[in-house]
Design a protein around this ligand. Structure first.
Ligand code: ADP
Ligand code: ASP
Ligand code: MG
Length: 408
């Protein structure tokens, strides 16, 4: 007998028929003699709708109330799935984050899980009951509901698997695994049987939405065996594993994109010590994360002026511009330009550690397509470039071919 956690994403619980199908899948695991805990997302589109309601009421919203509203989608699906299981004769009950509780820090809207109390859940599972947990939510130190950031049900599932010492954590979604790139954009994308935690972490952090970044961090830390698989087809998915479990390592394992960033350029800021700190300090105080940064060539010799370009989350763009404009006199820039129409494209692969030329191939491929690179950043196993958003599909497809990742 094994203890397993199954997580079902928004499309998998999109309507009552699909929730019934999920119940049948859960029952199959129970009938096979397993102890099962299920984590559910809200029905697809519901969380977006809830966020829109909040935006419609107030743009300067109180994040604690945002969490009360946007966490509600998962409450509905947890109850419906418990009912669907009961209808099949399976003993089941729903659990909201605060009832377990799933303890989180107090960063409303983007909280981190700190621990899950599992005695009662374990006892019930030992007694044959299926636990149906609402994903995406927890309880903060202020005794209020928190949410874990968009896509956070993945993290709920992995955290629950770690807390319950589960043998597996199966993430059921609308694709049948992790692909070399988003299969909805590149039809020649190839499914990976296995991917390392490290590569999955990097892929997620640069935009591959198939798993939330924190869920991969947590799986890596606690050694949770995660498999990404399809809710709709009965085929093997993609296992996220340690590096030593992968026999043949590709140079590049994946390509990801993110449309969530925006670019800011400060023209002619003083080129002297302390300037970067005086620009990025206020942004960080306003909880605005800066991702890619490039300092351009100075204008003329002796002018000691330089252009500074960097990216922030699109959702933070207007706040970032306001924060910088307020300090225009101190910072001394002559102009500020903001461009939300950009996309960050990244190639990822642990093979980069030992092989040169990966970045060069990327630059050459984009040049051949006439795509201008605006900003570049690298890490040990990743190269990212910022290009105009209109080139997203073209760049992804061309790079996918250039790195030999296309399916035959
Ligand atoms: P869920 O609602 O089940 O959590 P998500 O929409 O969050 O599903 O994640 C699944 C989606 O991730 C897929 O539909 C696909 O478009 C996207 N995706 C992006 N990159 C990849 C990738 N490399 N492999 C698989 N899916 C990817
Ligand atoms: N329902 C939440 C969202 O849409 C959490 C999730 O689906 O993982 O972001
Ligand atoms: Mg998701």
């Amino acid at each position: 007998m094994a203890r397993i956690v199954q997580k079902f994403g928004g499309t998998s619980v999109a309507d009552v028929d699909r929730i019934k199908a999920v119940a049948r899948r859960v029952k199959a695991e129970v009938d096979a003699g397993n102890q099962v805990a299920v984590v559910v997302s809200a029905m697809s589109g519901v969380t977006n709708q809830l966020v829109a309601h909040v935006d419609g009421v107030s743009s300067l919203y109180d994040a604690r109330e945002y969490d009360v509203v946007v966490s509600s989608g998962e409450q509905v699906t947890s109850g419906l799935l418990a009912l669907a299981l009961q209808a099949l004769g399976v003993s089941a009950r729903s659990w909201l984050g605060w009832q377990i509780p799933v303890h989180t820090d107090g960063v409303h809207g983007k909280a981190r899980i700190e621990g899950i109390e599992n005695d009662e859940l374990s006892r019930r599972m030992d007694g044959g009951e299926v636990v149906v947990m609402a994903g995406f939510q927890g309880l903060g130190p202020d005794n209020r509901i928190t949410t874990l950031g968009r896509g956070g049900s993945d993290t709920s599932a992995v955290a629950l698997a770690a807390a319950l010492s589960a043998h597996r954590c199966d993430i059921y979604t609308d694709v049948d695994g992790v692909y070399t790139t988003d299969p909805r954009i590149v039809s020649k994308a190839r499914k990976l049987n296995k991917i390392t935690y490290e590569e999955m972490l990097e892929m997620a952090s640069v935009g591959a939405k198939v798993l939330q970044t924190r869920s991969v961090e947590m799986a890596m830390k606690h050694g949770v065996r995660v498999e990404v698989r399809s809710s709709f087809a009965d085929v093997r998915g993609t296992l996220v594993v340690d590096e030593d479990e992968i026999v043949e390592q590709e140079l590049v394992s994946g390509i990801a994109y993110s449309r969530d960033e925006a670019k800011i350029t400060l023209v002619q800021v003083a080129d002297r010590p302390g300037v970067a700190a005086s620009i990025f300090g206020p942004l960080s105080e306003a909880s605005i994360n800066v991702d890619m940064i490039v300092q351009n060539v100075s204008h003329g010799s002796g002018s000691a002026r330089t252009d500074l370009t960097f990216t922030v989350a699109k959702t933070d763009l207007s706040r970032a511009v306001a924060t910088l404009e307020e300090r225009r006199d101190d910072l001394g820039f002559t102009a500020l330009t903001a461009d939300p129409d950009v996309v960050k494209i990244s190639v990822i692969g642990v093979g980069m550690r030992s092989h040169a030329g990966v970045a060069q191939r990327m630059f050459q491929c984009l040049a051949d397509k006439g795509i201008n690179i605006q900003v570049i950043s690298t890490s040990e196993i990743k190269v990212s470039v910022l290009v105009a958003e209109e080139y997203t599909e073209l760049a992804l497809r061309a790079l996918h071919t250039a790195y030999g990742l296309d399916t035959e």
